[in-house]
Ligand binder design. Structure first.
Ligand code: 5GP
Length: 143
């Protein structure tokens, strides 16, 4: 497995070098909208600390990350009025990973609606921003 590369796109987003539609941030974690959503309201949750994927992330970083994943999953379900949530996490190219800073995909699901393809096409940014607003509102209502 390769070492963590601090020039990956999510590291650049975390450093503020590339914009993102952020919905949540705490001491350890950031969550922002996926620009190529597999469903409306698709959010990515990642640690601020650099780790390539599940295979190298330190346990304490993983522990705080998964708690944030749960928090975001609840907010996405409520904010998007979804019937369910799918969580994906890919490791290494053979495992489907395309960005090498660990992240969890939190994807709202509705009965009867199939999942779109992975990283297939850019979403509409105005629509993504509207979904982000709903998720931020649900997060605000949580606390
Ligand atoms: P992976 O295959 O690594 O699990 O997923 C990477 C995800 O990052 C994909 O769902 C893709 O749509 C998303 N993505 C790729 N580049 C960017 C970007 O610049 N900004 C955001 N917000 N998402 C991105």
């Amino acid at each position: 497995m390769s070492a963590y590369d601090p020039n990956n796109i999510f590291a650049k987003i975390l450093r503020g070098e590339i914009p993102c539609e952020k919905v949540f941030e705490d001491e350890n974690t950031v969550a922002f909208m996926d620009v190529m959503p597999r469903a409306a309201g698709h959010v990515l949750v990642l640690p601020k600390a650099g780790a390539r994927n599940l295979l190298d992330i330190p346990q304490d970083t993983l522990a705080t990350l998964i708690v944030s994943v749960q928090k975001i999953a609840r907010a996405v379900k409520a904010g998007m009025e979804a019937d369910g949530i799918t969580v994906h996490q890919f490791n290494e190219p053979a495992g489907g990973q395309t960005v090498f800073h660990i992240h969890f995909h939190v994807i709202p699901r509705w009965e009867g609606a199939s999942l779109g393809h992975h990283a297939a096409r850019m979403g509409d940014m105005a629509e993504i921003r509207r979904h982000a607003e709903k998720i931020r509102a649900a997060l605000a209502a949580q606390s």
